[in-house]
Design a protein around this ligand. Sequence first.
Ligand SMILES: Cc1ncc(COP(=O)(O)O)c(C=O)c1O
Length: 430
Amino acid sequence: MNIEVSARITRLPPYLFGRINALKAAKRRAGCDVIDLGMGNPIDPSPDFVVDKLAIAARDPHNHRYSASAGLYNLRRELARKYERRYGVQLDPDKEVVVTIGSKEGFSHLMLAMLGAGDTVVVGDPAYPIHVYAVALAGGNVISVPLGNDAAFLTRVEDVLKNLYPRPKLLVLNYPHNPSAITVEPLFYRQTVELARQYNVLVINDFAYGETCFDGYQAPSFLAVPGGKEVGVELSTMSKPYNMAGWRVGFCCGNAEMVQALATIKGYYDYGHFAPIQIASILALRNGDEFVAAQAQVYQRRRDILVAGLRKIGWQVDSPRASMFVWARVAEQHLAGQGTIDFSLRLLEEAEVAVAPGRGFGANGEGFVRIALVENELRIKQALRQMDACLNGRKHQRPQSRRAAGTPAATESTTEEHATAQDRAGLVGG
Ligand SMILES: Cc1ncc(COP(=O)(O)O)c(C=O)c1O
């Protein structure tokens, strides 16, 4: 049989995390306790009060039926309340909010809702991989614009908007940024709105790390600047701030026509989340502000340990003020002429530490690795010792059982099959 899959599959860009995922899976199978700082997969538990509510709601048979594809009204209303409370943004829960199966699904189906064959989308490079893949899956073309700092990026974007014909239809933003952890101030969004109006381009801000902020920084919402709602939407998630990644709850809100286009696609494709998940999420949004702030502190402490340790190893690293990542330029003597994919393979093989190679996020990620703050403090310190031994030849004692260095991370406790399935699904890039 000659099985021809669709061009939608075959035109996907190459998946650059494949070799690392394969090696990680092989090492785990061989019993190695890899310290996994590769995926942005939270290890800390969801809030107890939310889990309790889920359990209660799951016992009520009224909640066992199909739900609503756009999400329960009360959940949409709670998200609107949170936007008002946190950002001063007013949203109509009926027209301007839709519940998604995580922000990744929301982004992907939004591409399907907005793009036709050959439409173009401006995306920064490096990028969270789905920002590129979802455009390709929807039949669109990506115009990659080197990210750089925020002002330089906007200048480059304007250049593209001015000179490219047909004009790009969408501009994808993602601040706080994955992988680079770049953050912006409201001025950046005000300038973006001006560009959007001038060149008739719509804006999507992936705000997945909007609440994972450090040192008093508060990431601005794109929707909070005048005109934001007129030109675009914002995607947010329960995954990162509430440690609810497995629950798959996210939101798309803002411009009513874009939100409704997404809701229409979802109306055809799905029946919405299991109602107890949505009911528990309402409670999380309503009563979870302290939890979210405390979780950001957890990441901040890990960030401090990681940044200090990397500097000791000899890397020049900026300390991020948001996101779950440290984006670190690998010291030249450690890169030793290799690309970051080979470098990351070496680190995994010899130091038994998994990081995400910058090249996997785009050509402009070359030279960097992304290190996720998803192991506890003891294991991050242990990872740093193992990296130091591998890269600088310094002697450190490895714990007899490396699990003694702290409680096992969630990724370690997943079954081998699960880890392999996750890897196939590309979570190293997540
Ligand atoms: C920038 C960005 N957007 C979206 C997602 C996906 O989040 P969700 O769990 O809401 O689908 C991630 C996950 O790593 C991410 O880094």
